[in-house]
Design a protein around this ligand. Structure first.
Ligand code: COA
Length: 265
């Protein structure tokens, strides 16, 4: 669990809520799920590897939180649908849907096959669609909150990241479309855009050397990497009553990186 377990909000902000978190077995998604659990939500951690999910769920349970797991690939619609049905049967309607599952590898367009491009589009964009589409009937209406993890890639062209740029741009417009289609039902849909964030698989892949790490840090107006806790606090805000009139928005939690049009975020 995070060192910031007191958070910046009062505890039990999400008491009785149910959260379904894809990419919840590691990284940013895991920390967001932990934050939801710290505030009383029952969380379902979704990811491809059962072993990773078991470790993440055990960490939540060890401090008194509630966590279940669902091992699946978000590219598989039937699997997502089945996990959502089980969640609904076991825990009740879903209040918080966090779409955080993502894949990435750095390669120029001429260095990736059609299948490589498709892999990232399918995990990030189709996976987000699958999760939202399958969850619609199960989302508590009104009051549910959908949050997807985007990136500065959605609005800035980044060399060696064509697949991620295309996928994240699609995710942002998908969330905005959901905001208008599902708004009348009382469902909100927003995006969170991290910048360079410490201790994440994404940064290990995008900045694998000390030099690349320093370059990424120097590109941030606030002059440092962000933390998973800071992103988790934003996710907590967005799914809470405090954000009840916020939908169709993209929230940057990136130290100002988006303003510099950095190619390292
Ligand atoms: N450069 C070029 N192509 C690559 C590649 C690389 N570094 N890594 C994978 N690919 C291609 C593969 O060659 C394959 O294409 P092919 O069939 O034409 O050869 C395609 O991508 C799919 O690869 P596969 O091994 O089947 O992986 P997958 O379908 O399970 O996709 C990835 C997963 C590729 C996105 C992988 O990087 C991943 O799972 N990453 C872990 C999560 C992650 O990156 N998290 C951070 C998110 S910011």
């Amino acid at each position: 669990m995070s060192s910031n377990s007191a958070g910046i909000f009062r505890d039990h902000l999400l008491k009785e809520k149910v959260a379904f978190v894809t990419g919840g077995g590691s990284g940013i998604g895991q920390r967001m799920a932990e934050r939801f659990a710290e505030h009383g939500a029952k969380v379902v951690l979704v990811g491809r590897k059962q072993e990773k999910l078991d470790v993440a769920a055990a960490a939540i349970r060890s401090v008194g939180g509630f966590a279940e797991t669902a091992a699946l690939d978000v590219r598989d619609y039937a699997a997502v649908e089945a996990a959502i049905k089980k969640t609904r049967d076991d825990l009740g309607e879903i209040d918080i849907l966090l779409c955080g599952a993502a894949g990435n590898f750095p390669a120029p367009v001429t260095g990736m096959s059609a299948n490589g491009f498709k892999a990232v589009i399918d995990i990030d964009l189709l996976g987000t669609f699958n999760t939202c589409r399958a969850a619609y009937e199960s989302l508590r209406k009104p009051g549910a909150s959908v949050i997807s993890i985007s990136a500065n890639h959605a609005t800035v062209a980044i060399a060696n990241q064509a697949h991620v740029c295309a996928a994240k741009a699609g995710i942002e417009l998908l969330m905005k479309t959901l905001a208008i289609e599902w708004g009348p039902k009382g469902i909100r849909a927003n995006c969170i855009t991290p910048g360079p964030t410490d201790d994440t698989e994404g940064m290990r892949r995008l900045a694998p050397t000390p030099e690349a790490r320093l370059a990424a840090q120097n590109s941030v107006p606030l002059g440092r990497y962000g933390t998973k806790d800071e992103l988790a606090d934003l996710a907590l805000f967005l799914c809470s009553e405090a954000a009840s009139y916020i939908t169709g928005s993209v929230y940057h939690c990136d130290g100002g990186t988006s303003l510099t049009r950095s190619s390292m975020s």
